[in-house]
Design a protein around this ligand. Structure first.
Ligand SMILES: Nc1ncnc2c1ncn2[C@@H]1O[C@H](COP(=O)(O)OP(=O)(O)OP(=O)(O)O)[C@@H](O)[C@H]1O
Ligand SMILES: [Mg+2]
Length: 242
């Protein structure tokens, strides 16, 4: 059976005054895949996340998720439909504990306190923050904050997780554990769309890659295909290697 698309955007466009940040993007996420979104600074990657998560209403185009048109749904409704995202710049409530921060995520989706507690318990363990449950979020290291950010999003029990710059600011030795974490979540059925500037990290995780530049989808394929794409090399990979 052909793999079913979990998310499909069609002609997705976001204009800010004179600037077209996302320009007619058609992107398809297969259910169960890890898909990476690459592109230079300002390419429109985070804006695309904001459109998919519902923080921004597109100027034009549509978004289908789990066979429903969600283009007009508010962010909280998209969250309940199963879309979660992490933020490029993590902003936990610094004085609240890890557990309380994650609870804020769970409360965005579930109204039963029993369910909220179950989700919170489960995801704190899953991201490896059990020892920090009672710690104020403001005392966490960068890596722990990234895990907390993941936990907050996972507490909404998503089927699609949008991860913005997980490896940014993380020291090299901490990367394999984060990588294993994402791989494990994916193995348990989570579909992932990840933005990341670390090409090795992406290459190890993503089955498919979409490359954005100037708001447009320039190329799509496996990491090897993207590496071989002449325009992508000129714009990004060549420069990154220079
Ligand atoms: N709310 C906004 N209002 C006006 N312009 C915006 C807004 N959000 C993003 N932009 C602009 O849209 C373009 C795309 O920004 P975006 O943050 O999506 O890029 P990005 O690919 O995530 O870049 P980076 O890799 O640096 O995170 C940029 O030129 C940015 O300045
Ligand atoms: Mg960004």
């Amino acid at each position: 059976m052909a793999q079913e698309a979990l998310l499909r955007t069609h002609g997705l466009t976001m204009r800010f005054d004179g600037l077209t940040a996302v320009d007619g993007v058609d992107i398809t996420l297969r259910r169960g895949e890890i898909h990476a979104l690459l592109g230079p600074n300002g390419a429109g990657k985070t804006t695309l996340f904001n459109l998919i998560a519902g923080a921004l209403r597109p100027t034009a185009g549509s978004i289908r998720f789990a066979a429903k048109d969600v283009t007009a749904l508010r962010p909280d409704r998209r969250c309940r439909a199963g879309i979660a995202r992490t933020f490029q710049i993590t902003q936990p409530f610094a004085r609240l504990t890890v557990e309380q921060n994650v609870m804020c995520g769970a409360l965005a989706r579930f109204s039963s306190m029993r369910r909220v507690r179950e989700e919170v318990q489960g995801v704190i363990d899953a991201v490896g923050l059990a020892a920090k449950r009672e710690a104020p979020a403001g005392t966490l290291s960068t890596g722990q904050r990234k895990r907390l950010e993941l936990a907050r999003a996972l507490a909404t029990a998503p089927s699609l997780l949008l991860i913005d710059e997980l490896s940014g600011g993380i020291d090299q030795p901490s990367l394999p554990a984060l990588e294993a974490l994402v791989r494990g979540l994916n193995r348990d059925g989570l579909t992932v769309l990840m933005i990341d500037h670390n090409l090795e990290f992406v290459g190890r995780l993503a089955q498919r890659v979409s490359f954005l530049a100037g708001g447009q989808l320039l190329a799509e394929g496996t990491m090897a295909q993207i590496h071989a794409h002449a325009a992508v090399r000129d714009l990004y990979l060549g420069r990154a290697r220079a």
